[in-house]
Ligand binder design. Sequence first.
Ligand code: NAD
Length: 341
Amino acid sequence: MTHLRTAVIGVGHLGQHHARILRSLPGVELVGVSDANPARCAEVAANCGVPAFENFRELIDRVDAASIVVPTSLHFEVASEFLNAGKSVLVEKPLTADVAQANHLVELARRRGAILQVGHIERFNPVLHAVPQSNEPPRLIEARRVAPYSFRSTDISVVYDLMIHDLDIVLSLVGEPASRITATAWSVFGGLEDVATAHLSFPCGTEAHITASRADVHARREMTIRWPCSVCQLDFATRRSVTSVPTAAFHESTNLFINPPFAQMASLREKLRGTFFEVIEQDYSGGPELLALELEQFVTCVREHREPLVNGVRARDAVLLADSILRAARGLAPIGLVKAA
Ligand code: NAD
């Protein structure tokens, strides 16, 4: 197993966990951590038993790969310096909040032969295993990701902060770019947009309605995916799912469902679950920490030079969709949509 030298740049709320997990992975050395806040840098470095570096540039030549967990507005500056030196990076989501910068990082990673993974952690949520395989595209996807205000990530709107998770998942489910977007978004706390809702239409016929808010009372992360006769409800927070798929009996009984005799209605209702629809309830809670799964994949991809699940191109597609949604909400012309990877 190749010995891998790593660092974490930005050890605030999330970066401290990147550092904790990286130093625990077999064959991985956490060479140091960097944070622009000297007290924070010293605290996390001491907790991990590694040196603190206030200037991240001092770490570039000492590592093979780095987790970049600085505020989004700094992702481009920090990631491009590591990539330019041929070092692989796991950049937290969103890749950037700017399409041109995202494209630049994708191209830089390609030119330098470095791995570029992006922290779309929800893709590692095992609840996604509940989504049934289907040859048909979904008819409707509804997503709701809401949370109380956290006072963090104020450098980006809620579209880049929270909605980006669902945009990446929707693109992975539909497999093509949206062709029509309507959106509205507004600020609650006086900065960038804190609430946003978007309706997306795809050429294959899928419609998606996605709402994100960081101004709610309770946290919820839910998605419902509907095909013509099937439905799958996912709760990303509890990692529970409910799926209903029609059985052969449903397809053979089409004459039973419209205006049945009154006397048969009660027994037909009882047969909905079981006879006409297979209903599967699953509980994926209690599994490994999602960030550990994501970092393990990063380490494997760097060692074996493999493409990660969410590579730079896929993350760039999510950035492009987020940008188009914000432009629609702000009444600006879109700059174009690209095909999902
Ligand atoms: P944070 O503000 O808590 O931490 C960022 C840290 O970066 C701070 O400690 C800050 O001092 C440091 N920093 C700033 N400039 C620096 C520089 N030049 N060099 C080194 N350190 C620097 O923010 P956070 O909540 O941890 O978010 C960080 C990133 O992680 C953001 O891009 C955010 O979108 C992302 N994030 C992703 C998820 C997820 O679900 N995947 C969740 C939370 C945050």
